[in-house]
Design a binder for this molecule. Structure first.
Ligand SMILES: Cc1cc2nc3c(=O)[nH]c(=O)nc-3n(C[C@H](O)[C@H](O)[C@H](O)COP(=O)(O)OP(=O)(O)OC[C@H]3O[C@@H](n4cnc5c(N)ncnc54)[C@H](O)[C@@H]3O)c2cc1C
Length: 434
């Protein structure tokens, strides 16, 4: 198809890969430009003591239909595994069971009325269909209304504080609702059921990349786009990478919106066009992964609310997926301009080990096999009040589409959501190009 339009896809995370794949299915030969030395974005893997492991923990929910569809097309559907998982709550030095109605009712740190209100709220989250009234309401206000001051303080305050810091009180209730609902829906017979892919995300990412290449697409790593703009007169889009300047008929960016702003500025865009991209806020994540000879808890997910640690929770991947030695992730979220984000990896690792030892006092230094800390600058968008209205246009220039994980708000960032949006967008762009 030598006369077909040239299309650049910027970013090789799940969304960029899905865009490129769908464009191939639609008969185009996209060029995917990825800044990193590997594909996958937040879902990328690294070599951890000889095992390929995701840099950040990933699990799948029963509602991840776009992801299941993709696995089917890649013939990987039989590698998806499901497990009943457990949750815990580590509060002021004590580990409580959490995540089931019985566990909540037995949580004597809160009055019975608050426990019942918590369950009512969880049930209500499953029945809300139209979320628009929650867009302009703060998550804090909404949760306090349902749980009361004490319930909010014990169950939510630190989870928000250790993820969003000074943004904690300005999060949209719609965003937190969709998160609660996603986990709440991932149940079989009322039991929390989460999934993983054998071989981890690397498996589907490698298979998808091979499929893109097989169908005529090109993937270029080490190719950060630094400039993005319309091309005078000739139409199309001009972009710059370390390889030089290139013109494409169309470009689709899937990189985090705050990173797009400087590209547009360099491309000569008007200040008014750039402003909504610059205004998007996000928090960074320094995520520690630790191999231990023994489990920390029987839980997959344990919320942490303990003044000693600026940690919202720990995720024991080995309690979902059979990984040996035992794998635990400890995320430290914070705004990237927070002084702590510049701390050396060893400091995050030391804090993580101290937290794991507090949760499981039988853990000894000799039980720690290996540890590593990965960082992602735009790990979580801050979906503030009236977020819907703050989003920049999807198509700011005639031949340029710009999306990231915020476009499917109020859904939280997720692999399935990025895949679904990327494929839908690619079909729309393909339709316009024909
Ligand atoms: C700690 C953590 C835990 C998570 N847990 C889960 C989970 O359990 N389940 C789930 O479904 N999702 C989870 N997610 C979210 C999931 O990883 C993301 O939703 C998904 O990876 C988003 O894909 P994306 O392609 O939209 O964005 P990204 O993954 O951010 O991809 C963007 C890509 O653009 C590239 N890029 C950046 N700048 C440039 C440039 N200038 N030029 C070219 N390329 C550039 C980046 O290197 C990256 O590869 C988690 C994320 C984190 C951080």
């Amino acid at each position: 198809m030598s006369s077909s339009p040239s299309i650049a896809v910027i970013g090789g995370g799940p969304m960029g890969l899905a865009v490129a794949y769908e464009l191939c299915l639609q008969g185009f030969r996209p060029v995917l430009l990825e800044a990193d030395d590997r594909l996958g974005g937040m879902a990328a893997s690294f070599d951890f003591a000889g095992v390929q492991l995701e840099r950040y923990y990933h699990f799948h929910c029963l509602s991840d239909r776009a992801f299941f569809q993709l696995l089917q097309e890649l013939n990987l559907q039989d590698s998806l595994r499901w497990k009943q998982t457990r949750m815990g709550f580590f509060l002021d030095g004590r580990l409580y069971p959490w995540g089931t109605a019985a566990a909540v009712l037995g949580f004597r740190r809160l009055p019975l009325a608050t426990r019942l209100r918590y369950l009512l709220h969880a049930a209500r989250c499953l029945t809300i269909r139209d979320w628009h009234h929650l867009d302009g309401l703060s998550a804090t206000t909404w949760l306090k209304r349902w749980l009361g001051e004490q319930g909010y303080r014990v169950l939510w305050e630190n989870l928000f504080a250790y993820k969003f810091y000074h943004h904690s009180d300005s999060l949209s209730a719609a965003w937190i609702w969709s998160r609660i609902r996603r986990i709440g829906q991932s149940r079989r017979g009322l039991k929390e059921t989460l999934g993983y892919l054998e071989g981890g995300s690397q498996r589907w990412i490698e298979t998808l990349a091979a499929e893109i290449r097989r169908r005529g697409g090109t993937i270029r790593l080490h190719s950060p786009v630094s400039r993005l703009g319309g091309s005078d007169g000739a139409g199309g889009v001009v972009l710059s990478t370390p390889a030089g300047e290139e013109r494409f008929d169309t470009a689709i960016s899937t990189v985090p919106l705050p990173l797009v702003a400087p590209m547009l500025v360099a491309g000569g865009a008007d200040a008014a066009l750039v402003r909504p991209f610059e205004a998007q806020l996000s928090v960074a994540c320094a995520c520690v992964v630790i191999q231990t000879r023994q489990p920390i808890t029987p839980n997959f997910w344990t919320n942490v609310n303990d003044e000693r640690f600026r940690i919202p929770g720990i995720i024991e991947m080995s309690n979902l997926q059979p990984l040996q030695p035992h794998i635990t992730y400890v995320p430290f979220y914070m705004p990237a301009d927070h002084p702590d984000y510049g701390r050396p990896s060893a400091a995050f690792i030391d804090d993580s080990i101290a937290c794991l030892k507090a949760i499981n006092p039988s853990l000894q230094d000799g039980d720690i096999v290996a540890a590593h800390c990965s960082r992602y600058r735009h790990a979580q968008p801050v979906c503030g009040l009236h977020f819907l209205g703050s989003l920049p246009p999807l198509q700011p220039l005639p031949n340029l589409w710009i999306a990231d994980t915020t476009v499917y708000y109020p859904e939280d960032r997720g692999i399935s959501e990025s895949v679904q949006f990327g494929r839908t967008l690619a079909r729309e762009v393909a339709g316009r190009l024909r």
